[in-house]
Design a protein around this ligand. Sequence first.
Ligand SMILES: *Cc1c(COP(=O)(O)O)cnc(C)c1O
Length: 372
Amino acid sequence: MLPFLRADLAKLKAYQPHPPIPEPYDQLDTNESPIDLPTEIKASLAAHYQQIIAANRYPDGGHKSLKRTIAEYVCESAADIAAHQITTENISVGNGSDELIRSLLIATAIGNGSILVASPTFSMYGILAQTLGIPVVDVGRGEDFQINLEQAQAAVEEFPIRAVFMVHPNSPTANPLTSAEIDWLRQLPDDVLVVIDEAYFEFSGHTLVADSLSRSNWVVLRTFSKAFRLAAHRVGYAVAQAELINALEKVRLPYNLPSFSQAAALAALSHRTELLAAVETTRQERENLTAWLAQQPMITQWPSAANFLYCRLSNKGLSQLGMTQAEGLHHIFTQLRQQGTLIRYTGGGLRISLGTAAENQRTQAHLQSIIG
Ligand SMILES: *Cc1c(COP(=O)(O)O)cnc(C)c1O
C-alpha cells in the first residue's frame, strides 16, 4: 500500500456497479426505469445542446431555474404542502443523490460522530461513510424488515449518532417506513439529523416532505435516476429548511452539476405528466409478478411499495433444493444470469427490478424453469 494513503482505505474495495455479464441480458439489477426518454425529448435536448449550451462555459453553479422547477414539483407532489411553500432556499441539487449523501456525511459526522443505518438497506450510506472515516452503527431489521426501535433508541443513547439514514420505501426490501418508525424518527433530539431517502417516492406515492419543512433536523432526498428515467445524467435533490440547505451548499463542489444534466432534469420536469404516466404501468407489472410469485411455494416474498420485488426461499424451497438459504439464492441468481436475467442478490435475498412487460415475462419464465 502507498505509504501516504490512510490505512483504513486498504480495507475498502472500489464500488463495482455490475458483475461481468453475458450480452444480451435483461438489466433488472439497478432499479432504473426500463424505458429510455421518449425520442422527441431526446431530440429537443440534443438541439438544446447544439443551440443553447456553450461548452466552453461553466454550468450555472447556482442551479436557480432547476431549483425553482423542482420546488414546484415537490409542492405539487405532496398533498399536505401548500403551493409555493417550498422555495429555491429549501432545495439543494447534487450529482445524483449519492453526492448529497456524501455532502450530508461531510456536514454532520466527519470527525464529529457516527451514523445509524438499519440493514439490509441502501449500501451507499455505509460505503460513503467508511471512505470518510465515519463509524457506522447498524441496528438491523426484524423478520418483516421492521426496525428494532428499542435497539435503535439504545444506539442513539450510547453512540454520538449525528445522522440516521432511512429509505422510504427501503431498498432492497421494498417496505415503507411504518407509523411506529416514523413516530420514533420524529421524537429524535434535534442534534440528530434524520435523512429520509425517497428515491422510490414516485412508485410509493407517500412522502415525508412536510416534516423536512417543519423540522430543523430533517431532510428528504430524491433522485431523477428512477421514475424520471435520467440515471445517465446523475441528478438528485434535497428538501430541507434553509439553514440545512445552506450547509449543503457550503460543502458541495462549486460546479457539481453539468449543464447538460441540468437541461435534462428541466426537460424531464416539464414533461413530467407524460414520463410519470409509466409509473402506473410499473405498478401494474408489480401486481402481476407479485401475484405469480405468491403462487410459488418455494418462494417467500414481501409486499413492495417500489419498482422492485424482494424475495427469499421458503422452508419448502430450501428442502426441495437441499441447500442453505445462501446457497439456494446464489443458485437462483446464477441460473437467472445464465439465462440472461440479471438481478441483485443482496441483504440475504433477491431483489428483482420490474422491467418492461416482456422483460418481466422472461423473468417469470426463467424463474419457472429454476424453481417451478
Ligand atoms: C437509486 C437510489 C438512489 C439514487 O441515487 P442517484 O445517485 O441519485 O442515482 C438513492 N437512494 C437509494 C436508496 C436508491 O436506491
